[in-house]
Design a protein around this ligand. Structure first.
Ligand code: KPL
Length: 300
């Protein structure tokens, strides 16, 4: 299968390596074109993949059947919008990022779009990508044109298991949003690893209660207790992680808060639901971001 991967960060390079090894015709797409993408991945079992893979070939893009987007949420709309006129009308777009709301920012188009959520953990170590932990990727359609694309889950599963297909990906995305609304801002607030958040059950409950109230209004049946149970499981299973938001803040980069807590607040506002705890956390993260972006560092 011809596949273009937009965004060659840790997750993008992991997918490039895995899909290439499975025999797919892959290329990376970089904002600043380079002759090739040097992909160097170390697997959890210590084996490694090291190869230069092609990038930014417009002919390849025109024939790609899948555009896998592994950018940060705030980078998605401008990057995908620029590629839309160059895509084959049947090329599926799979968005794989934290948070929700990027799709609403795209101009009108008729590409099939899918949303994905992954628990694979990969990080940069110099020029190497360390695939820290295996996980599961959940994908599903967010447009009518994508409802018949369940075979994509099998193709991706062969390359980087596990991949599961969900006809209703929105519910899974909201559950993941709850996880990110808790872990990401709180790890910044307390400047701690994910596992240390087990010390703040009352605050986690406050956040989950607010998320559950918005989810109910959005038609996703849930409860504060079930969200909290799920969030606590993720806190334990990722105990040693430094959350992506804490990494962004420490490196003075733009965060994904607008698509995590920010998205929750926008949906809450449209239903007239006050969300005081999430509003407070949103403002704290924004203040931190503004403190370095105001002086011109880390601006997207
Ligand atoms: O998605 C994550 C992130 O860091 O962005 C979690 C699940 C919180 C793991 O660290």
């Amino acid at each position: 299968m011809k596949i273009t991967i937009l965004g060659c960060g840790a997750l993008g390079q992991l997918w490039l390596a895995k899909l290439y090894q499975q025999g797919h015709d892959v290329q990376g797409w970089l904002r600043v074109p380079q002759p090739f993408c040097a992909v160097n991945v170390i697997e959890p079992d210590g084996t490694s993949f090291n190869r230069n893979l092609p990038t930014n070939d417009p002919e390849h893009l025109r024939h790609s059947e899948l555009l896998l987007v592994t950018l940060k949420a705030w980078q998605v709309s401008s990057a995908v919008t620029a590629l839309l006129p160059k895509l084959n009308p049947r090329c599926a777009i799979l968005l794989l990022h934290n948070g929700i709301g990027t799709q609403e920012e795209l101009p009108p188009h008729s590409q099939p779009v899918l949303q994905g959520i992954t628990t694979h953990a990969a990080r940069h170590d110099g020029n190497t990508i360390v695939h820290v932990a295996n996980g599961t990727t959940h994908i599903g359609p967010t447009t009518q044109q994508a409802t018949h694309l369940s075979h994509l889950a099998e193709i991706l599963h062969q390359a980087l298991p596990d991949v599961a297909w969900h006809n209703n990906i929105a519910s899974a995305s909201w559950r993941k949003l709850a996880v990110n609304c808790v872990i990401n801002p709180l790890t910044v607030l307390y400047d701690c690893r994910n596992g240390d958040l087990q010390r703040y059950p009352e605050q986690i409950e406050l956040i989950c209660r607010e998320v559950a109230s918005v989810m109910e209004m959005e038609g996703h049946h849930t409860s504060c207790e079930s969200l909290m149970f799920y969030v606590m499981q993720v806190i334990q299973s990722t105990a040693d992680n430094t959350s992506s938001m804490l990494q962004d803040i420490r490196s003075q980069r733009h965060t994904e808060i607008d698509y995590i807590t920010g998205y929750l607040l926008r949906r809450g506002r449209s239903h007239g639901i006050p969300l005081p705890e999430n509003t407070r956390l949103f403002e704290i993260i924004k203040r931190k971001e503004n403190s370095y972006e105001r002086i011109g560092i880390g601006l997207p």
